[in-house]
Write a protein that binds this ligand. Structure first.
Ligand code: AKG
Ligand code: FE2
Length: 193
């Protein structure tokens, strides 16, 4: 936790490999695919009003924090551990997590953006946990972070968690040639209104 907090404090972002055991990541991927097969994911929207837009091509489903599925429990616990650990070290005042599955069909991406919206500034820390077990850089689908020192591409390999400051770091999802699965989560400094 000290290393994670120090990296966030120093550079505002960080990548962690193997955030969850492989079996836990696989169970999440399976649940995400099963939901999609039952039409349980919806075309993604942006902004607090959750407006549909041409900016992104993913399908999503919000987690219900009050009722995590068995597959979601390890994720939820690990993220709450992270939230508490970061609050102790960085005094970020992170109160809660909102999270959704995201499935990007081949060719879909998400145009360059920031995660803190004009009409909702409660998001402090963005996270993405990738769920595809075997991802090769050549499959595309990188998360491109636009940083003061230059761009940084994160390969969306299963088990990898990326964290970055929501207000500051612009980023983009590049199109992939395969279906790309993830959980996007945001630590908020106050509850959803
Ligand atoms: O999936 C990713 O790598 C990033 C997704 C993203 O930027 C978002 O959902 O706001
Ligand atoms: Fe984003």
């Amino acid at each position: 936790m000290d290393t994670i907090a120090a990296a966030l404090h120093r550079q505002g972002w960080l990548v962690l490999a193997d955030f969850l055991p492989a079996a836990a990541t696989a169970a999440l991927a399976q649940e995400c695919r099963a939901l999609d097969a039952q039409a349980g994911l919806s075309a993604a929207t942006t902004g607090r009003a959750r407006l549909a837009s041409g900016l992104r091509g993913d399908r999503t489903r919000w987690f219900d924090p009050a009722a995590p599925s068995a597959a979601q429990e390890p994720y939820w616990e690990a993220m709450q551990g992270l939230r508490r650990g970061l609050n102790q070290r960085l005094l970020l005042g992170l109160e809660e997590l909102e999270a959704h599955y995201a499935l990007y069909p081949p060719g879909a991406g998400y145009a360059r953006h920031r995660d803190r919206f004009r009409d909702d500034d409660a998001r402090v820390l963005s996270s993405v946990l990738y769920l595809n077990a075997d991802w090769d850089a050549a499959d595309g689908g990188a998360l491109r972070l636009y940083l003061p020192g230059g761009d940084q591409d994160v390969v969306p390999r299963g088990g990898t968690l990326v964290l970055f400051l929501s207000a500051e770091i612009e980023h983009e999802v590049l199109p992939a040639r395969r279906e790309r699965l993830s959980i996007a989560g945001w630590f908020r400094r106050r509850a959803l209104a």
